[in-house]
Design a protein. Sequence first.
Length: 286
Amino acid sequence: MTGSLQVARYTLQESVRRRVFLVVLILSAGFLALFWWGAGSVFDEVRNHGFDSEDSPVRATEIAGSFLLGMAMFAILFLGTVLAVFLTLNAVRGDAERGLLQQILVRPVSRSAVIAGRFLAAFVVCGVYVSAMFLICTAMVRNAGDWAPGSEILPALSLVGAVAIIVALALLGSVFLSGTSNGIAVFMLVGGGLVGGLLGQIGRAIPSDSLTSASEWVSRILPFEALYQGGLYSLNSDLQGLERVVVNLGPFGGAVHAGPGTWIWAACYLAGLWALATWAFRRRDL
């Protein structure tokens, strides 16, 4: 355990030296500023044009708030992926090629401790980041439109679970791939997962059994997508009637409930990734 904490501290220090957090901070500040302006403009339009009057067939405030936070979840997952990739970009192969990993392993630190420390550092940072960003966006929407989602905690936890799996995928990839190749592979996996979820929404709207089935398989192979969809579902859990129909038709609204089975599978998947990364690292020549 001590070795893992030492590796985690080294990872964070190296990230600060490379200005990883500075880059992510700038991107996050830009996104939050744009989101604050967008949320205020959207709700101003709703109020000024009477879209939320008693004569309106739908409650436009609920639709606007749901779409805004759904879009925020999508952007936050992307930014969390950027942070996860930066923190694990050269976790194994890159540091081994530069001779940094050999210096760590000379000390009484096992290879399993290196993997655990790398994961711990990236997961804690990314988990705190995505949950904080989501809660900030929720507060912005509540302030701008006097509207709150059906749940705030479950979407935040879903983002934390999703980013944990992305961190594990990036860490596993770092055992086999160079930094650039690993980053590209992780972004393609995340993009593929999100596209699979979008196809599932289309399949349920048409309806199309083949698209729905393909989306379900994508969610099993890449369970971070299932957790993300579950977060969207809990976000709009209190919408009823025509409002829910309208929101479900959009790319940031339609979603599938993530039950206990999804979380259990995600936990097993995460443990499998960690075990595979540890096994592969032990067999790797430095």
